[in-house]
Design a protein around this ligand. Structure first.
Ligand SMILES: Nc1nc2c(ncn2[C@@H]2O[C@H](COP(=O)(O)OP(=O)(O)O)[C@@H](O)[C@H]2O)c(=O)[nH]1
Ligand SMILES: Nc1ncnc2c1ncn2[C@@H]1O[C@H](COP(=O)(O)OP(=O)(O)O)[C@@H](O)[C@H]1O
Length: 204
């Protein structure tokens, strides 16, 4: 048996850029990636299922998870906590399977501290005007909140340099294809297959 850890992929970017949309489209196609379902204190939206979209927690439960060190990272975002479960991510990577996180920017920067070998992908909008249109058309924010999110987005876009890859979300399918290319290219980079051949030859 060849022991090889899986790769941790992190998709991040400003609010409203389309992270959720791209992630869902990616997972609708066949992929070997394992999606890490986050914990949150936000209330479920219509149609959302506990354990599928998120693990929905009370604030007390969430704070307990933080103190127990059960989260790799957590962030407070628009009044709610969001966090990545440690056990699932570490266990899955140790089984040699790739894990995919879709999280906001503060959390992604924290993941980088613990998983420097992770692959960080930053999703950007084709333009700030387009980002504004997407946030407005989603219809989940008041005018004031749209303004705040755009201000935050400008600061977040400045953090682009901290990432390994930048993907422009012009068309969903283009963005999904680019993410898939990144996954493929990272596999080649780490020479998983080459490594396996080498090992197999050594064992002969
Ligand atoms: N830091 C962090 N952010 C997360 C996590 N899970 C989801 N998010 C981000 O939290 C933000 C809010 O998500 P959500 O409430 O589902 O609303 P959305 O804005 O419609 O995607 C999005 O930017 C998600 O990418 C997590 O585990 N940690
Ligand atoms: N490539 C795209 N072209 C047009 N609209 C998009 C695209 N990607 C996402 N959207 C729309 O933009 C809005 C924000 O997307 P969402 O996935 O909720 O963003 P995020 O998860 O980054 O906050 C949604 O209404 C979504 O349908």
């Amino acid at each position: 048996m060849i022991e090889q850890k899986g790769i941790l992929f992190i998709l991040s970017g400003p609010s409203g850029v389309g992270k959720g949309t791209v992630r869902k489209a990616l997972f609708e196609q066949s992929t070997d990636l394992r999606y890490s379902i986050s914990m949150t204190t936000r209330a479920p939206r219509e149609g959302e299922v506990d354990g599928v979209d998120y693990f929905f927690k009370s604030r007390d439960e969430f704070e307990k998870l933080i103190t127990e060190g059960q989260l790799i990272e957590h962030a407070e975002y628009v009044g709610n906590y969001y966090g990545t479960p440690r056990h699932y991510v570490e266990e899955t990577l140790n089984q040699g399977k790739d894990v995919f996180l879709e999280i906001e920017v503060q959390g992604a920067l924290k993941v980088r501290e613990n998983f420097p070998e992770g692959v960080f992908v930053f999703l950007i909008p084709p333009s700030l005007e387009e980002l504004k249109d997407r946030i407005v058309s989603r219809g989940t924010e008041t005018e004031e909140k749209v303004k705040n999110r755009l201000l935050a987005a400008k600061e977040e876009i400045d953090m682009m340099d901290a990432y390994d890859y930048v993907v422009v979300n012009d068309q969903i399918n283009n963005a999904v294809q680019k993410v898939q290319s990144i996954v493929a290219s990272e596999h080649c980079k780490r020479e998983r297959v080459a490594h396996q051949y080498k090992k197999a030859l050594e064992e002969k």
